[in-house]
Ligand binder design. Sequence first.
Ligand SMILES: Nc1ncnc2c1ncn2[C@@H]1O[C@H](COP(=O)(O)OP(=O)(O)O)[C@@H](O)[C@H]1O
Ligand SMILES: [Mg+2]
Length: 266
Amino acid sequence: MSEVITVTSGKGGVGKSTLSANLAVGLAEAGKKVVAVDFDIGLRNLDMILGLENRIVYDVIDVMEGRCNLSQALINDKRSKSLYFLPASQTSDKDILNKEKVAELIAALKKEFDFIILDSPAGIESGFEHSIFLADRAIVVSTPDVSAVRDADRVIGIIDAKSQKAKDGEEVLKHVVINRLRPDMVESGSMLSVEDVLSILALPLIGVIPDDEKIITSTNDGEPIYYDKNSLAAEAYRRIAKRVLGEEVSFLDLSTKKGFFKRLFG
Ligand SMILES: Nc1ncnc2c1ncn2[C@@H]1O[C@H](COP(=O)(O)OP(=O)(O)O)[C@@H](O)[C@H]1O
Ligand SMILES: [Mg+2]
């Protein structure tokens, strides 16, 4: 059985592509055959995060339009051999995706892969609907700020409205990832807490990723943070991958020491 996981959000720039890349690596490292598909047409960046931008010859639109076959377009990851990548097209025509062709592509990928990770554009873009309609599971990423959470909430409504599963009377699994959490800011009351975000979105949590500067350098180096043994964010991604595989793992304790004492002693 293969599973299509759409990584999505209401607002752009909240960490979808970074999550898509690191989740794909995590599932591949667990021995699964994984493909990460960049559906953010016009805005290539999953390739950068995976360090594969120099290997791109064909893209997802070339496959859909029949200019090449799937095997020609799939790029094997340099480190995780069971991970493959399908790049976004850099066309400026965001409406180029077509429902039948997307369905054909996903069906072909399902024959080959255990997990198909779709890195979607933000919920306001036109490609969003195409990335959601064949999803078995949606991971909604939000940063802990009011505008991102509000936009995420809107997207959650659209997921059910636009998905094939919902049309068939089934439910799309939905989870929330809270990204770029700053425990010090939560403790000082200047950032929404995990509980605040969950009370608005009312979906199960599948991960909390701390804000981590190393993510920016890892993207520049084309080396997913996942492989960094000393990064808390990497550990957060590893745990998300485990949860997707059905393992029960605890959430990272991200509270600062100061916050811990503050809770103890008021
Ligand atoms: N946990 C994090 N800590 C610090 N920076 C992050 C984190 N997650 C993402 N970023 C940075 O935020 C920016 C947007 O991330 P990206 O994954 O491209 O978002 P999206 O795909 O939603 O537009 C990138 O510069 C990325 O390196
Ligand atoms: Mg992106």
